[in-house]
Design a protein around this ligand. Structure first.
Ligand code: GLP
Length: 238
């Protein structure tokens, strides 16, 4: 089946639907493996998941959680880091098993080796069940920036000017925005059994572009999702 596009009236409804879909996988599978995104967009979904944990005892201890990406130079304890983000918005509130929450080590001396080890770690759990994703205005998924090719596996990446600008808002010192990162590859993401991508009302243009694009082009990374048999794109009108 082709990609499903679901448009919700509000970001709250978008977030809730994504949370319900993730919760369903947590309930159904024995040991589900998730890719977890950061950024402004998934905050509402993580809030909704915390609520499901508190009100319905949703059991996070069964899950394995992998950050989609991490900045170079930022360790787990760094508030601007992506592992920290997941801890701050989700992990600290639910019964995840800390040993089952993973992120690339942004402080690794050799980023390429760290990325390879990260990919191997994902493989050791049988690959991703769900790749939960946001999207960049330039169509990036994770930190897979527009490029000449799709990456098969996790790797170190150089961030585009576009992305540096978009993410500068999370840093008080603009010069502190890391220029490199480790990201799951398009291949890592495409090998997930299902994909759930959320896009708030600030992403209308890129979702429109994704909807109408029929060519799979690494210059527009999200276009690869058209090849996935079970991808759901949830966007918000307002
Ligand atoms: C960031 C992250 C992505 C995220 C995207 C959108 O750079 N690396 O994983 O999906 O850009 O972020 P936001 O939701 O803040 O717009």
């Amino acid at each position: 089946e082709n990609m499903r596009f679901i448009s919700k009236a509000s970001e709250k409804e978008m977030s809730l639907l994504a949370a319900q879909m993730l919760a369903a996988v947590l309930k159904e599978k024995q040991r589900p493996v998730f890719a977890m995104p950061t950024g402004g967009t998934p905050v509402g979904t993580y809030k909704a998941l915390v609520k499901l944990y508190q009100e319905q005892n949703l059991d996070f201890s069964k899950g394995i959680f992998f950050n989609v990406d991490e900045y170079e130079g930022l360790g787990r304890e760094n508030p601007q880091g992506y592992y920290y983000f997941l801890h701050e918005h989700l992990y600290q509130y639910v019964n995840v098993a800390p040993k089952h929450t993973f992120a690339p080590d942004g402080k690794a001396g050799d980023l390429e080796q760290e990325a390879a080890e990260y990919e191997a770690k994902i493989d050791s759990f049988g690959g991703l069940d769900v790749a939960f994703l946001g999207i960049g205005r330039n169509g990036h998924i994770g930190f897979n920036e527009p490029a000449d090719f799709f990456r098969y596996a996790s790797s170190s990446v150089t961030l585009s000017e576009d992305t540096l600008r978009a993410n500068a808002r999370f840093f008080s010192d603009q010069k502190a925005v890391p220029r490199r990162a480790i990201s799951m590859g398009a291949g890592t993401i495409m090998r997930a059994k299902s994909i759930i991508l959320i896009a708030g009302s600030d992403k209308k243009d890129v979702i429109k572009r994704l909807k109408s694009c029929k060519d799979i082009n690494p210059q527009f990374p999200a276009s690869v999702l058209w090849l996935h048999p079970d991808a759901t794109i949830i966007s918000a009108e307002k």
